[in-house]
Design a protein around this ligand. Structure first.
Ligand SMILES: [Zn+2]
Length: 96
C-alpha cells in the first residue's frame, strides 16, 4: 500500500518535472523560431559612415623634401612644415 502511494507520488513528481522541462524546451524553441523569423528580415548592418575617415584636412608640403602630408599628421616648426622628424632635422642642419 505504501509502495503504491510512493510510486504514485514519484510518477506525479516525474510528470511535473517532464512538464516543466517540456515547457522550457517549448519556450526555447519558440524563442528560436522568433529569432529565425527576425533574421529573415534585412539585418541592420553597422553603418559604414560611422567609420571616420580623415577626408577633411589640408595637405601641406614638407619644407625639406616637398612631400605633401596631412596638416594634422605633419610636423610643424613655426611656419615650416615637415613630413617627418628626419626632414625637420635636415632642415635644421641646413639652416645652421
Ligand atoms: Zn619631408
Amino acid at each position: 500500500m505504501i509502495r503504491a502511494l510512493l510510486y504514485g507520488f514519484i510518477s506525479i513528481l516525474v510528470i511535473t518535472f517532464v512538464r516543466m522541462v517540456m515547457g522550457i524546451i517549448m519556450k526555447e524553441f519558440s524563442g528560436l523560431m522568433k529569432e529565425e523569423t527576425a533574421s529573415q528580415q534585412p539585418p541592420s548592418r553597422p553603418n559604414p559612415a560611422k567609420q571616420k575617415v580623415p577626408t577633411s584636412g589640408e595637405f601641406k608640403a614638407c619644407k625639406t623634401c616637398g612631400t605633401y602630408v596631412l596638416a594634422s599628421s605633419a610636423i610643424t616648426s613655426g611656419d615650416a612644415v615637415y613630413c617627418s622628424p628626419a626632414c625637420k632635422e635636415k632642415s635644421a642642419k641646413a639652416s645652421a
